[in-house]
Design a protein around this ligand. Structure first.
Ligand code: SAH
Length: 399
């Protein structure tokens, strides 16, 4: 940054004492920490962030509509935030994931703050990239970022799924469509030897729960000879993994007929001649009905949608998590395994464990915690940004 540019560039001046989190390299600057804005930065433009005493703290992307008013790109004053900078971050992020390619053709290539690109999510399904621009800063640099992604991956097809609620909070309209290439038909991916079809246009998130890769493998490793129940199965990720792992029976439940149809279509793709059971039902009701029927399972997966979209929903969400966990535990045969998850960022690892402990008690059973589970290594969390952690899970054994 030349001296002249730095004097003409817009800047955010923080209130006294509000520099603390930035000094610890936390990347978010809340609106209420800002004393004044000098200059007239446009949405997504880079601003210098200064303490009340005028000390340089960070280069950040300005987001005028959001309560997170700016997101830091970096904390080195000498850095120049430009297209080359974006290229470098993309190439680094892609290179960091190269080791995963052997296991899967579905990989998260960029995960926001953890990759120093706040608000950018990029998933790769075979040769198809799917991008989400979820903050003003990455929206501002969208062309440079897409160009860098194409170069770093060799993929020529890029589809945008910037439809998340996060964009609304940034004052950005929702955007979907092909940025490079055509609107893609469902893409086939292979993960740990299992074939999945991914609907990147109409599916949840960018089409598939890539974050559960390692946990699907754990389920597969423990499935042999077991009767498996997969609740909230969506397109059947855990169900297919369990069948490939040798489960003797797999029952999968989801409320969405569309998701179940995609799930069932995975069986012939994987040479599974005998169909498994795909049940369209409300999991809460189905678990009750199974108990009344005296059904038992040896391995149960509970991977519900985000019950707590924010801290305001914590009480209700906690009750819902506890209820399904209690009911699932009652259906587990002795020595049976429970893989239970929460993808609510508002529910901490500690809180989730407490909720599940309460469910064990209420179910009137004893259980051991065997492993703590999390998202795969392509969904890392920056140590300075604990808000980036969202997916947590526990593997329990009923005694
Ligand atoms: N476990 C899945 C992802 C789950 S997404 C995977 O690994 O791919 C959450 C799913 O729960 C969605 O498919 C949604 O249709 C379903 N769902 C939400 N509420 C439900 C309910 N009360 N009963 C059954 N399914 C529900």
């Amino acid at each position: 940054m030349s001296a002249q540019a730095s004097t003409t560039q817009a800047s955010l001046h923080l209130k006294p004492g509000k520099e603390r989190s930035l000094l610890r390299r936390h990347p978010w600057i809340y609106a209420n920490a800002i004393e004044r804005v000098r200059g007239q930065p446009a949405s997504g433009q880079t601003v210098r962030v200064l303490s009340a005493e005028g000390r340089f703290l960070a280069h950040a992307a300005y987001s005028p509509a959001s309560s997170i008013r700016a997101r830091a790109w970096g904390f080195e004053e000498s850095a120049e935030i430009n297209a080359q900078w974006m290229h470098a971050r993309i190439h680094e992020a892609v290179a960091r994931r190269s080791g995963l390619q052997e296991r899967s053709s579905a990989i998260r290539l960029v995960f926001g703050e953890a990759d120093r690109l706040p608000g950018l999510v990029v998933d790769r399904y075979g040769d198809q990239l799917v991008v989400q621009f979820l903050a003003a800063g990455v929206e501002f640099w969208r062309e440079a970022l897409v160009q860098a992604l194409v170069e770093a991956t060799g993929c020529s097809a890029v589809y945008e799924r910037s439809d998340a609620a996060a964009r609304q909070r940034e004052g950005l309209p929702s955007r979907e469509g092909a940025l490079r290439g055509e609107v893609p038909p469902p893409v086939q991916v292979i993960e740990d030897g299992v074939r999945y079809q991914v609907d990147v246009v109409g599916g949840h998130k960018t089409g598939f729960y890539i974050d559960q890769r390692d946990n699907r493998r754990e389920v597969a490793r423990h499935a042999a000879g077991r009767r498996v129940l997969n609740c909230f199965c969506y397109t059947g990720g855990f169900s297919l993994a369990a069948r490939k792992g040798g489960a003797v029976e797999v029952v999968s439940i989801d409320s969405s007929a569309d998701a179940l149809a995609l799930a069932a279509a995975h069986e012939p793709l994987n040479d599974l001649a005998e169909p498994s059971v795909w049940m369209q039902a409300n999991v809460f009701d189905a678990l009750k009905a199974f108990q009344a029927e005296g059904r038992q399972f040896d391995l149960i997966v509970l991977d519900p949608p985000k019950f707590a979209p924010s801290v305001q929903h914590l009480d209700r969400a906690s009750r819902a998590y506890k209820d399904i966990n209690m009911r699932a535990l009652r259906l587990l045969a002795p020595q049976g395994l429970l893989f239970t998850f929460s993808c609510s960022g508002a529910v901490s690892v500690d809180l989730f464990q407490k909720i599940v402990a309460g469910a064990v008690f209420d179910a009137g059973v004893d259980a051991q915690l065997l492993h703590r589970l999390s998202a795969g290594s392509d969904h890392p969390m920056a140590m300075t940004h604990p808000e980036g952690e969202y997916l947590k899970g526990l593997m329990l054994r009923r005694m």
